[in-house]
Design a binder for this molecule. Sequence first.
Ligand code: G3P
Ligand code: CA
Length: 248
Amino acid sequence: MQIDTKIIAHRGSRGTRPENTLIAFKTAIDEGAEGIETDVHFSADHQFIIMHDETVDRTTNGSGLIETKTLAEIKQLDAGVKFSEEFTGTRVPTLQEVVAMLTKMHFTGIFNLELKTNKIHYPGLERAVYEYFSSIKYPFQLIYSSFNGKSLAILNQIDPQAYEARLFKTAAKQAKTLKRSKVVEDFHPDIRWIKRHPFYAPAKHLRPWVVNSTEDMQYCFERNMAAIITDYPGKAVQVRQEMRGGLI
Ligand code: G3P
Ligand code: CA
């Protein structure tokens, strides 16, 4: 079967490593992921912090909002021990550290950076991210995404060439409006939502999340969706290989 669907690791190989850490991203690439998805926030001193939640409580041994802490304070935290003692001492990375590692690994896949601005809209995050990527060379394909359509519109104003995708659980109408106004190229919907609305958009414009079960992976591969976003990239590579008749 012809399957062009790319496999994007959600917060890295999140099912097997502490999420949004360098080891989670490296493992995903080693397992054959063709994309990395991650989330960015601003610290109190306007540094790019790679983390999913707005607070450090769930994934580290600290507590409190990222936006109230400096990078130096965040670097004191342990981002591995809550996942497993085996990962004690794992640090919270900055965006620059992730990009440096991907560059060192000659990663040419998709780097999907989610601007985590739907709960706290960090002033200036869009421009800062744009200026950072404009100032460096990188080997991967950069795709921005956000649940916050305003962030995508701001980014699009700053850089009309930016490649953007709208994330959503249910706000499908707003997503289509952004597509019509050429702010976004593609859609990143919740897989549960897309299964209820299978004709929402052509498969080549869809990268659903979080596609973890074999059944959901097969559903997306059969339809040749652009990509899946999964916590288990290694498993997804295997499922896709079987469906391709053994071809990697
Ligand atoms: O990019 C898909 C996915 O990351 C969106 O949900 O909550 O994991 O950031 P969340
Ligand atoms: Ca995300």
